[in-house]
Design a protein around this ligand. Sequence first.
Ligand SMILES: [Zn+2]
Length: 480
Amino acid sequence: MMQYETTIGLEVHVQARTASKMFCGCANEFAGEPNTRVCPVCLGYPGVMPVINREAVNQTIMAGLMCSCQIADSSKFDRKNYYYPDMPKNYQISQYDLPICRDGGIEIGGIGFSGNPLPDKTIGLTRIHLEEDVAKSMHQGRWSVIDFNRAGVPLLEIVSEPEITTPDEAYAYLTVLKQIMQYAGVSDCDMEKGQMRCDVNISHRPAGEKELGTKIEIKNLNSFRAVHRSLEYEIERQVEILREGGILTQETRRWDDANGVTTLMRRKEEAHDYRYFPEPDLMPLLITDEWRREVSESMPEAPNTRRKRFIQEYGITEYDAQVLTQTKQLADYYEEACAGGGSRKLIANWVITELMSELNQKGLGITEAPVEAAKLGELVKLIDEQTISGKIAKTVFAEMMSSGASPAKIVEEKGLKQVSNADELSVIIEEVIRENPDPAEQYRGGAEKALQFLVGQVMKKTRGKANPQMAVKMLKESLK
Ligand SMILES: [Zn+2]
């Protein structure tokens, strides 16, 4: 049977988080009363003059540097001409042949979508350019309505080389790209808020052939999961057609999430010719070495580098490192907690299992955590030093979550210190053996399980405060 190679390219749009819009002073915010953040510029009145938002250019340079792109010395904006209600001036200000960034790469690896390790690989970036977002059209019964609050919001278009070969790689690419944008301070990439939008193109060629196959685009993907599913579906569909001797035509398809299928949206003949030409109302954009340096000086460590460093420096697992570097704020939190000198692996555990699940339940982000990083580090240190047991630590943590108090103070005030005093423990152990003659006898006869029961009784009598290792050791001694 003929083997086919899958080639996938991604085109991602990310809204930059600037104070104002790309070419006017209107606020760049999400939602709100429709058509309240508008002016003649972003409404596309004739004769108005756009002004380049320097902060949006800064963020694009930052994004480019973090994706190892070449930053252009000289760039420009162009008019992309088309007629549609979401763009009443009949052109979008975008960038055609001189994007701000080109020739970059995004490193993927770590643990993939399916939970298996993904081999390290760099996906090439063709370009990152800056443009203005368009208005949002909505359909209400017989009416179509348009909200211009979004019109003119700075938008980064990030185009990958067709070097992705599986849905897992596409998923990983998007995950890393989102992380980079988040680390760079460009965007939270919240897809539900439309801060990140993604189009996919996919083609197949007979294995070994050089030339790419017919490109089919999929639009309307509103989650990374939808990207993964639609690619899985489309690979199967396209290979099946090819194997049956069919021909694929260049077309745009729509992802139907509910039914898990793609459907035809339009064929190539209906594609636009945008007749790009330089925007005459804007000067060329000159990016000096000094400007580039200024941006690069405030560039944070890339998420992938940080993930690898966490494994090396803190001795934590690949999985833990991946979770902890998901966002810059979470990674910062973890490192701050570690600074106190507690066990790094244990801190990773506490952040991932206890803290994050509590925050998820409360719907809070890491920056809103009621427990300060340093205090979580202190809590782990108390466990390390055997001042409290892991079990008691959960009680202390719950108290920290509600009051924000320091763990040492809570342990002191509530008398939660572990009983590690041999004299004190031996009294309790003798009591437990006396009160439970049957299990004691069973253990002497070789029933290991009976010991667990007796340890449980010791913990019960001390309200969980007995040092469990000591309790086991002393019980064994007494039952010899
Ligand atoms: Zn405006």
